[in-house]
Design a protein around this ligand. Sequence first.
Ligand code: PLP
Length: 416
Amino acid sequence: MPQEPTAAAVKERYQAACDLGLDLDMTRGKPCAEQLDLSHDLLAASEGAGYLSQAGADCRNYGILEGLPEARELFGGLLGIPPTQILLGDNASLSLMYDVLSEAVRQGVPGSPRPWGEESRPKILCPAPGYDRHFTVCEFLGLEMIPIEIDENGPDTAAIARLVASDPTVKGIFCVPRYSNPTGATYSDEVVTQLAAMETTAPDFRILWDDAYAFHHLYPDPQPLRSILDECARAGHPDRAFVFASTSKVTFPGAGISMVASSVSGFEWLSEFRSKKTIGPDKLNQLRHVRFLRDGVGLEAHMARHAEIIRPKFELVDQVLCEELGNRGVASWSQPRGGYFISLDTAQGCAKEAVAKAAAAGVKLTPAGATFPYGKDPLDRNIRIAPTFPTLPELRQATEVLALSILLVSFEKGVL
Ligand code: PLP
């Protein structure tokens, strides 16, 4: 049995790490350059793709608000959604989420008795730990956030059902149903069905279904996700869900395609306000994406190449955490099967200081608390690790520094 390190030994190693003058940034889940290079041919595809759509439309010009039919067809097939219910945007599905919520606040969604912004305190349920940018959008738009616990099957549906059944100002829920940011959880069939079927006092309750990691499997045995649109239709709430996805981490975050889908009437509502905002999306980019990705087989092969690059990074983080923290009772962490993050929980009250100590040693992480609404982790224990961007040697160093920081804080707080 290796000897458990003492506080003095951990301090010494931490000090030695500080002396290295590291400057590592693991704050955001970004693809690394090698991943971006996988889509380099997308740029070359511009040439071959030309500028005429299959139907002969000149993609250089204005128009085709909802997106090119062949691109909607491609993503419809990939997501199991009728193409006619998919609207394509430019890069950043986050901006489509922002648009949907800001329109809900300004004018309401179909079935709203009044705009959400005219409710005394409109509320959104936020499974947490969750995606910080969802929380930023809600806060910015004046939507009060209620955190909901999440486990490996998804959010606590009993707590959600209680809240939506008793309060008509609870207007929606933000979900990352597949390889959730940051826990990696994929919602179980039961959770999906319950979310679709539950009775809500708000007649205009909406599920914002952010399927950002729809294609982002690390292993070749992806866990299927039940279709929220189908479940909502089956439960008699056909308009309840808006589904979002993008190619940000398929091709380029800075030059991908985003999409939003809903029921037939939800799609009409989306198209109506979008027609005020733009005269049409970047169809040349859609054209080259269709040419580059081709079909489900093409996309799967492409995503397998991403997985080959990033799976060793996830596994390295897990290995280092096991070596440094395993069986010590100071932290637990997720072992995701896809997505972009590892979620780590320290002992209660240790995360902020651990992140600060890592920063002092030159390793920047997402601020502790950021994974909760208003930046407030009530137990101060969640840390989001984003392993994709650094190189393997950098990642090893950064994870060791994080682990040493957690050990140090655990000693200081008497957890160890
Ligand atoms: N949704 C989730 C859950 C994410 O983790 C991210 C990026 O990290 C996004 C959305 C951003 O997507 P997009 O680049 O399409 O705006």
